[in-house]
Write a protein that binds this ligand. Structure first.
Ligand code: MF3
Ligand code: CO
Length: 251
């Protein structure tokens, strides 16, 4: 499995990425405070992915039971969709991948449920912007450390915590590929060198309070150690001669 992709292969990943972005948009639009459950969102996402000829990348991945990971409030990642109704003021992350024609794409986005607190809104804004700070460094010749450093510097300047235990990753014919470690922290010039044709997922997981996390007894659900809020934004990026190209967009 070559980690340097041809233009024709990146075109295929772009189609998977388009389905991810379309599904995120359509699913997020159905959220009604006091009504919707994560389980309903998961089922809708799976239907929309299959309707476009895709397969959910996460379903059965290392035994994962659903199409999506859904993380509410203090859940950082790998939340198994529950039947607990969402409430006004919650924040909810939808995270999933799509596999189509042999290629994966993967994205996550945190949404407000109705009106949210000022601190929750700031956490969403800072986490989303930190993703774009990282993406700007995804250029041939730079390193994964350049990306991590940019994310960490931005996030910590706003007083939030960068999760260390979970990182971004290469992606392509496999959901998790080389380079296996795309951290959201680190030092410029360290880590793996980025080359033209690589595709990576950059996915800052950012906590309102401590950066520390713990895993619940289900073996999947990762929550903040202090039970404060967490946000997570992720895009699949192709590293081109001209710079980064976001593949998980409707274009
Ligand atoms: N959230 C992870 C990522 O974005 C993948 C989850 S794997 C699963 O890379 F098994 F939980 F689905
Ligand atoms: Co990912």
């Amino acid at each position: 499995m070559a980690i340097i992709k041809k233009a024709s292969e990146i075109t295929k990943m772009k189609e998977s990425g388009r389905i991810v972005a379309r599904t995120l948009r359509l699913v997020s639009e159905t959220i009604v405070p006091g009504k919707t459950t994560p389980k309903q969102l998961d089922e809708l996402a799976e239907r929309l992915i299959r309707e476009e000829g895709g397969v959910p990348s996460f379903l059965n991945y290392r035994g994962y039971p659903n199409a999506t990971c859904i993380a509410v409030n203090n859940v950082v990642v790998h939340g198994i969709p529950t039947e607990d109704v969402l409430h006004e003021g919650d924040i909810i992350t939808l995270d999933f991948g799509v596999y189509k024609d042999g290629w994966h794409a993967d994205s996550a986005w945190t949404y407000p449920v109705g009106t949210i607190s000022q601190i929750a809104q700031k956490l969403l804004n800072v986490t989303r912007e930190s993703l774009f700070q990282g993406i700007a460094k995804a250029r041939p010749g730079n390193t994964t450390g350049d990306i991590g450093h940019a994310v960490q510097k931005y996030v910590e300047s706003h007083g939030f915590g960068v999760v260390r235990e979970l990182v971004g990753h290469g992606i392509g014919e496999r959901l998790h590929d080389e380079p296996s470690n795309v951290p959201n922290f680190g030092k410029p010039g360290k880590g793996d060198r980025l080359r033209e044709g690589m595709c990576i997922c950059i996915e800052p997981m950012i906590n309102e309070g401590t950066h520390k996390v713990k895993t619940l007894e289900d073996g999947w659900t990762v929550v903040t150690a202090d039970d404060k809020l967490a946000a997570h934004f992720e895009h699949t990026i192709a590293i081109l001669k001209s710079g980064p190209e976001i593949l998980t967009t409707e274009g």
